[in-house]
Write a protein that binds this ligand. Structure first.
Ligand SMILES: Cc1cc2nc3c(=O)[nH]c(=O)nc-3n(C[C@H](O)[C@H](O)[C@H](O)COP(=O)(O)O)c2cc1C
Length: 218
């Protein structure tokens, strides 16, 4: 992300739900904060458990401190809200939230959002984005997909949400897990309309195409 993005800093809601792929959510928040944006963060109870299992995070499930997951110098622009904090900024259509991202998005949360449930702040934030006509991105990881999952995704897409499955590409010859994570986060940033340099853009291969990942690495 370009460092001068601070000049056009904006406000985003990022929601972690209990799907696999919490690394995508963590990286997205880190990149948005680094670029100078304000991030309103909320996590479901299942997301906290995934944080423990997948990221090895030392999370107190009763009193989670999500801010501690991010570097101290980034926390000033981070607002963490409890799941039941329905009075929090993302719960109101009058708050100027540029876009809401549920990443990772569990099939349960996806189903509830697709059908208008607003039983917690994550679902309410998504509901608000839909009603206000603001971008809502959901990032499911589930596979294989049942008919129920597919129908709920179709319903959300028809409502205007962007369904962006966590499906990293391999045409850039990723070497590290971080490269795969950045591929998906780059796709999210593209749909948010934010400039970034997380991945190289595809261009017409030359006679001897080299992997963009090869350059500058020892
Ligand atoms: C490590 C781990 C990975 C999981 N991965 C997924 C997943 O990819 N997709 C999914 O729908 N549920 C997944 N689950 C199950 C959800 O967390 C569970 O259905 C939960 O009730 C979702 O709640 P939420 O929608 O309130 O976050 C996973 C659970 C754990 C512990």
């Amino acid at each position: 992300m370009s460092t001068d993005a601070r000049d056009s800093a904006d406000r985003f809601a990022v929601c972690f739900s209990g799907g696999s792929g919490i690394a995508y959510g963590l990286r997205l928040v880190e990149v948005l904060l680094t670029a100078g944006h304000e991030v309103h963060l909320c996590a479901t109870g299942a997301a906290l458990r995934v944080l423990v299992h997948e990221a090895g995070a030392a999370i107190d499930l009763e009193r989670p401190d999500l801010a501690s997951l991010f570097a101290a110098d980034l926390r000033a622009r981070l607002r963490v809200h409890g799941l039941q904090s329905v009075e929090a900024t993302p719960a109101s259509g009058s708050a100027r939230i540029r876009a809401t991202v549920i990443v990772p998005c569990s099939m349960g949360t996806l189903a509830r959002v697709a059908h208008g449930f607003s039983s917690n702040l994550v679902e309410r934030a998504a509901d608000v984005a839909l009603k206000e006509g603001r971008p809502l991105l959901v990032v499911p990881r589930e596979t294989p997909l049942s008919v129920v999952h597919l129908e709920n995704m179709l319903a959300l897409a028809r409502l205007g949400a962007i369904v962006l499955p966590a499906m990293p590409g391999f045409y850039h010859r990723p070497r590290r897990v971080d490269d795969l994570v950045d591929f998906v986060v780059g796709k999210i940033l593209d749909r948010l309309g934010l400039d970034h340099a997380l991945v190289r853009r595809w261009q017409t291969p030359g006679p001897e195409p080299a992997s963009p990942w090869d350059e500058g690495e020892s």
